[in-house]
Design a protein around this ligand. Structure first.
Ligand SMILES: *[C@@H]1O[C@H](CO)[C@@H](O)[C@H](O)[C@H]1NC(C)=O
Ligand SMILES: *[C@@H]1O[C@H](CO)[C@@H](O)[C@H](O)[C@H]1NC(C)=O
Ligand SMILES: *[C@@H]1O[C@H](CO)[C@@H](O)[C@H](O)[C@H]1NC(C)=O
Ligand SMILES: *[C@@H]1O[C@H](CO)[C@@H](O)[C@H](O)[C@H]1NC(C)=O
Ligand SMILES: *[C@@H]1O[C@H](CO)[C@@H](O)[C@H](O)[C@H]1NC(C)=O
Length: 487
């Protein structure tokens, strides 16, 4: 006759001697912990340190009582965003047109922050610029002698100074540079995905592996712009000068914020539409193969070639904004389609470029940027944070015919027509492995897209190609059929 206890006894006895003692130690520990939790004496006190911490710090989801949260679930709109543009009086004259290209007077809210008041020639302050603020003087701070890069601390403190300008209706604080272009409609839509009552640090790292390696892959690069939700900005504003005490030696304000947030227990949420543009030269291969996500920003516009040929930089940005003013949801979004009779692949970057390949190319391959650009700093491979296509420019089957966005118009109520023109000949023989069909004669592409249905963030469209004659092609965007294979 074996009782359950007996079985337990035999099992126990079959366990090696060492394990038995481990079991005994563990059960002892469990009993002890039970005792501590259930019967801890009523006069038990946590350490003084813990008590003082608890008294000083409100729990993390609480709002500061002076600024109650907006009791509204209305969709996020442009009035809910407080922008801060990091500027410098020394360069404002040359850089002001970048922020003026996206700033909407009396619509966008926020300020450009300077190290000193504007010089006389800039006064009265232009209506088309963001209103200005002068950052607080930090030279009197006790920590000042330990600060290695005072200008970076000034910039870092902008988060707090901007927070003080916000009100109860502010949901997001967006920081950006004076040489950054922001795509406001897309940003509003993107931030609207997130619960602004929670803690969010939303941004993007650099295109270059080395920049991320040197700082952090998890740091939001400020030139690309980043967003802090109200509760997180409130927390940072409160703790900011303490961060400066801990990190007076850091070289870049973005690093200070990143370190400060990490100390508070927060990490980045990446949004791939923010672009630091740590690139040089011709960025067209990057802009023509944008990731499948809304375009949010472009930084370092003055360090790359003008984004459209035969234009200076400000004109080129205005040209892009002209398309963006009509439909930001599609701006730079890639749409791929095929023309079977001639074995061609079309890759359009809406409002920017149209590329024709004399071959049928897989989308997975065609989504890789064409490496027309260089990194801003020499580095060992892998250089970029994404796959590229390189060494293809003298291969007739891999090099595209390139057309650039020229004009945009409404076609009735329902359709938008964007026109793309060829600026130069490709100067290569046709691709023979796909039947020798030269696309050299195509000088113009007209693209029809919906004026009524914006492209859903992260969505893709399908398209059909129609040859009008030797020289002109029409591409019609349409929703993809459910499960349609685009190959
Ligand atoms: C944004 O939404 C708020 C409600 O939360 C509303 O009061 C305000 O008028 C809206 N602003 C715009 C520009 O639509
Ligand atoms: C902005 O608003 C102010 C006063 O409300 C007005 O004087 C000014 O003309 C407006 N500016 C623009 C560009 O609408
Ligand atoms: C398209 O290319 C394939 C080979 O890749 C070839 O067999 C076919 O004949 C070509 N079609 C035309 C219309 O040239
Ligand atoms: C393609 O055209 C080239 C001349 O441009 C010719 O040498 C070659 O034989 C042609 N190939 C085919 C498959 O027709
Ligand atoms: C097409 O373009 C070529 C030059 O590339 C030109 O000679 C020809 O006349 C054009 N044809 C039409 C129909 O416009």
């Amino acid at each position: 006759m074996s009782s359950p206890l007996g079985k337990f006894g035999t099992k126990l006895s079959s366990i090696a001697q060492g394990n038995v003692s481990k079991v005994l130690v563990l059960s002892g520990l469990v009993l002890f912990m039970l005792y501590v939790f259930m019967f801890s004496p009523p006069n038990y006190q946590p350490s003084d340190l813990l008590t003082s911490l608890k008294q000083k710090l409100p729990i993390i989801n609480a709002y500061p009582s002076s600024t109650p949260p907006p009791i509204t679930n209305a969709p996020t709109n442009v009035s809910h965003i407080m922008f801060s543009i990091v500027g410098s009086m020394n360069t404002w004259k040359y850089k002001r047109h970048y922020s003026e290209s996206w700033w909407r007077p009396n619509v966008t809210r926020g300020h450009v922050f300077f190290e000193r008041p504007p010089s006389a020639e800039l006064l009265p302050w232009s209506d088309s610029s963001a209103p200005f603020r002068v950052n607080e003087d930090i030279t009197g701070f006790a920590v000042y002698p330990r600060i290695k890069w005072p200008d970076q601390v000034r910039i870092f403190r902008t988060v707090m100074e901007s927070f003080r300008e916000g009100d109860k209706d502010t949901r997001w604080f967006v920081m950006t540079d004076d040489d950054t272009v922001i795509f406001v409609d897309n940003l509003v839509k993107t931030l609207g995905k997130y619960d602004h009552k929670k803690h969010w640090y939303i941004g993007m790292n650099s295109e270059c592996v080395k920049s991320n390696f040197d700082f952090s892959f998890d740091m939001a690069f400020g030139g690309a712009g980043y967003a802090l939700s109200y509760p997180l900005a409130a927390l940072v504003a409160k703790r900011l000068d303490g961060c400066i005490e801990r990190y007076p030696y850091l070289r870049v304000s973005d690093q200070m914020l990143f370190s400060c947030l990490a100390d508070l227990g927060f990490s980045i949420t990446h949004e791939m539409g923010f672009h630091q543009i740590d690139l040089r030269g011709d960025a067209s291969g990057y802009l023509s193969y944008h990731p499948q996500t809304p375009l949010l920003s472009l930084h370092h516009i003055d360090l790359i070639d003008p984004i459209y040929p035969n234009m200076d930089r400000p004109t080129a940005i205005k040209h892009l904004m002209m398309a963006g003013a009509v439909d930001q949801s599609r701006l730079l979004q890639q749409t791929i389609c095929y023309h079977r009779p001639s074995n061609w692949t079309f890759s359009m970057s809406w409002g920017y470029s149209a590329h024709i390949y004399e071959a049928i190319m897989a989308r997975s391959y065609l989504k890789r940027p064409l490496e027309t650009f260089r990194p801003f700093e020499r580095a060992r491979a892998p250089i970029f944070m994404f796959n590229t296509r390189w060494g293809v420019f003298d291969n007739p089957c891999e090099a595209p015919h390139v057309l650039y966005f020229e004009s945009i118009e409404k076609d009735g109520e329902d359709r938008i027509v964007t026109t793309y023109l060829r600026k130069w000949a490709r100067n290569l023989p046709p691709c023979s492995s796909y039947g020798n069909h030269s696309a050299e004669s195509i000088s113009k592409i007209r693209v029809f897209s919906s004026a009524k249905l914006p492209l859903e963030p992260g969505g893709a469209e399908c398209c059909d190609v129609k040859m009008l004659d030797m020289n002109v092609t029409e591409v019609n965007y349409r929703p993809c059929y459910s499960g349609e294979v685009m190959a």
